[in-house]
Ligand binder design. Sequence first.
Ligand SMILES: Cc1cc2nc3c(=O)[nH]c(=O)nc-3n(C[C@H](O)[C@H](O)[C@H](O)COP(=O)(O)OP(=O)(O)OC[C@H]3O[C@@H](n4cnc5c(N)ncnc54)[C@H](O)[C@@H]3O)c2cc1C
Ligand code: SF4
Ligand code: SF4
Length: 488
Amino acid sequence: MAYDPRGEFKTVWQSVSESESTRLMQSVVQGGYCIGCGACAVVDNSPLRIVWNESGQYEAAIGRAGQAERREAHVLKVCPFSGIGPDEDVIAEERYGSWCERDARVGYHLADYAGYVLEGNFRENGSSGGMVTWLNVELFRRGFTDAVVHVRPTSLSTESSALFAMGISRSEKDILSGSKSRYYPVEMSHVLSQIQHVPARYTVVGLPCFIKAIRLLARTDVRIRDRVVCCISLVCGHLKSASFADMLAWQMGIPPGQLSAIDFRHKILDAPSSHYGIEATGCCGSRTMTRIRSTLELYGYNWGYGFLKYNACDYCDDVVGETADISIGDAWLPQYTCDSAGTNILVVRTSEIDLILREASDAGRIRLDRIGIDVVVRSQDAGLRHRRDGLAYRLYLKDSAGDWRPPKRVTASAAPLDARQKQIHNLRMVMAIRSHSAFRSALIAGDFNVFVTLMSPFVKAYESCYRRPFWRRIGGRILRFALRVTGR
Ligand SMILES: Cc1cc2nc3c(=O)[nH]c(=O)nc-3n(C[C@H](O)[C@H](O)[C@H](O)COP(=O)(O)OP(=O)(O)OC[C@H]3O[C@@H](n4cnc5c(N)ncnc54)[C@H](O)[C@@H]3O)c2cc1C
Ligand code: SF4
Ligand code: SF4
């Protein structure tokens, strides 16, 4: 009989008497599939809270010993990785199925655009075309929403020692302070708790798994259902631990612990928009300094390596945020990256948002070009390959080992990949896992070179998978020479 993870998962649990919290801890958290979203921590009677682990990531933990068993809390249904609640297809079908077309790669979609903001400083201050922050302000100005839940630097929020945290902005000035992508851990338990306690109409900006968690929570919590009036998802490659910011800043002369601010998407004039820089501010000795370096010069920035990423991201099949009212990402295609100012892709799922965008476009406030869904898909080609054929292979490995893993919409299989592709995915998995311990070793030694030394063998093996074989390189050279000589 075929392995059915969802069935097996349920059967095992029906036969045990542990609380849902214990079961969530044993499967999702201990299996390494927790993204630290915080949804489980705000369920009634939940004994769970969100903690910062030794790798610089958020994850769920039991509050106090024995607390998990005291009163039942229905935490399984709200977790985006437990597989107990409905999946992205079901959630999106219920919300958007009546008026949207469905595409197997990006889910339901009403209209697809490439564009950027023309008015104000949104594009200049944004990561890409500035559309996320512009839409937040537009919804606020039109009275569609009273507050925006998004990620901001922590100087605005006193309760956190991390560099960035999710916060609630109730003024245009605060909304503007939340622009830029933060490749940095965040969690939602505090803001979700505020939504539960303070009635208002909230717009939430989040990564796809966070938006899914909100949709699941809304099914059991009417306050979340009625008060979250709009969800905007960022397209997502993967999420990094806090060490990723330290890894970059350390190479720029700012040691770990001394970093006070970081812009992961500093735009470099006249360079392709994909060749952005990092701007880091912090102390070196008694000096405070700000430095900017191109990501091309920084060791470990290559997203294909997957250094310091959450393990959960390797078991995620939602690239664009299929359960959100609109998904916004970068237009990673040559016709758009040639403009260093940045261009967004937008996948719209509601007619209200589509109308707002089209009105603004007609008024010359934003630039909007209608594009086909295949253009959206091509712009996220690498992410989709990693989370379709790559994910099928990782699931196959988990199933072969007999390990529990989250049920996914992708079927476990090694078939789509040839030997070279399997090696690439094997190395990505190893690099993602080893990078956390290698970075800890570098911290203990107080020397960044320790990290480079420990990771280099894997990087070398990985790069060699992409190198063309010797005979092909030589063959290519001979062919080019022959064409030159014959004048063709
Ligand atoms: C971890 C991560 C991975 C990403 N991967 C991809 C990818 O593979 N492909 C792609 O096309 N795009 C990806 N993006 C999205 C991309 O970086 C831009 O955020 C997006 O194009 C919007 O640009 P903008 O100029 O419109 O946004 P801006 O106007 O700059 O606004 C950015 C918004 O995102 C919010 N935000 C920032 N960081 C986070 C976070 N960690 N979690 C939740 N919200 C946050 C901010 O609060 C703000 O509201 C990723 C973003 C993040 C944070
Ligand atoms: S992914 Fe979110 S809901 Fe699931 S265990 Fe982690 S914090 Fe809780
Ligand atoms: S890759 Fe998936 S699991 Fe990871 S942060 Fe992005 S949406 Fe969440």
